[in-house]
Design a protein around this ligand. Structure first.
Ligand SMILES: NC(=O)c1ccc[n+]([C@@H]2O[C@H](COP(=O)([O-])OP(=O)(O)OC[C@H]3O[C@@H](n4cnc5c(N)ncnc54)[C@H](O)[C@@H]3O)[C@@H](O)[C@H]2O)c1
Ligand SMILES: [Zn+2]
Length: 297
């Protein structure tokens, strides 16, 4: 199957149904997805819906898919109106991760995946965060022991959170740390300028600034986060051409915004985060403005 975002569509799923039918796959059949998050999401959604659901196995080959997308059972496709608007929860029977596949992955994609590892450290595990902070250069090297260890720990964290809350009623939402602003940046820049992990890196810094304003995030979190992201050569500054009001508007259009209210994941310290409902727009404005000032430091 072809890879890349423009194939994460119902049209590709339709072609997969046809291929599965032609191959004589019945209810006992098994789909194996080999590729990045796009292949996993599309193949998983086809498996979730073909004959009302057949088994599938994920074999993710990007860092982002290995530490995030392949785990948790979310599958789906994009519509012209927005990303991931159609989907299903369908758990893979197994996830097969071989870090050797990362040998051929372009460095920028490796860094994008590392942003999700930083996120897992911030929300659940200060030791993972310290590993990332202290071993940045070795983490960027594919095949290093540090990267392998970070992949294992990240998978444990994502699997642990998802097992506790499979259908995203509560706890699972903490996995969205950095994603509210990150998604807004991706949408406002047409999903072209930044890779997902890059937008999340910027979004995590915004979340730290907003958390400070809300009195939830202690002042030592943001400098540590910025230091870790810079060490991984990930972007940390808000794009200068996006206004605060544009960002606020796009955040409300995010499908996870609750009935016109801002719901954010904020860090209580490095290693712990919680969902804060109904954050006042003025606090968000102040946090975003503070984030903007950091670029001038
Ligand atoms: N289901 C979930 O829970 C979940 C979570 C996070 C992200 N996602 C989805 O994942 C997608 C992004 O995934 P991604 O970052 O893996 O992008 P991707 O699937 O587009 O892969 C990135 C690029 O890397 C190439 N590639 C894949 N493996 C390679 C390898 N080993 N060597 C060289 N090139 C390789 C692909 O062909 C593609 O061009 C988004 O659509 C996002 O919505 C889903
Ligand atoms: Zn993500």
């Amino acid at each position: 199957m072809p890879a890349g975002e423009r194939f994460k569509t119902l049209r590709t799923v339709g072609r997969l149904y046809g291929a599965l039918y032609e191959a004589g796959i019945d209810r006992k059949g098994l789909v194996v997805t080999v590729g990045g998050g796009v292949v996993g999401d599309v193949g998983g959604f086809a498996a979730a819906t073909y004959l009302r659901g057949i088994r599938f196995v994920q074999a993710p080959t990007t860092l982002l898919a290995q530490v995030d997308a392949s785990i948790g059972g979310k599958t789906g496709v994009d519509l012209a109106q927005g990303k991931n608007l159609v989907g299903a929860f369908h758990q893979p029977s197994a996830v097969y991760i071989d870090p050797d596949t990362l040998e051929t992955l372009p460095r920028r994609h490796v860094r994008s995946g590392l942003a999700e590892i930083v996120k897992h450290g911030i929300i659940c595990d200060d030791r993972l965060f310290a590993l990332v902070h202290e071993s940045a250069s070795r983490l960027c090297r594919r095949g290093s022991m540090e990267l392998d260890a970070a992949i294992v720990r990240s998978c444990e964290i994502k699997a642990g959170v998802v097992t506790a809350d499979e259908t995203e009623q509560g706890l699972r939402a903490i996995l969205n740390f950095g994603h509210t602003v990150g998604h807004a940046i991706e949408a406002l820049t047409g999903y072209r300028r930044y890779f997902h992990g890059e937008a999340v890196a910027i979004g995590m810094v915004s979340a730290a600034c907003i958390g400070e304003r809300a009195g939830v995030t202690p002042l030592d979190v943001r400098p540590a986060l910025v230091g870790a992201l810079r060490g991984l050569r990930l972007p940390v500054d808000l794009p200068a051409d996006l206004s605060t009001e544009d960002l606020l508007g796009a955040m409300l259009r995010d499908k996870k915004a609750l009935r016109g209210r801002h719901r954010l994941v904020l860090a209580e310290r490095i290693g712990r985060a919680r969902v804060v409902e109904d954050v006042h727009p003025d606090l968000i404005r102040a946090g975003l403005e503070q984030h903007r000032l950091l670029a001038r430091d």
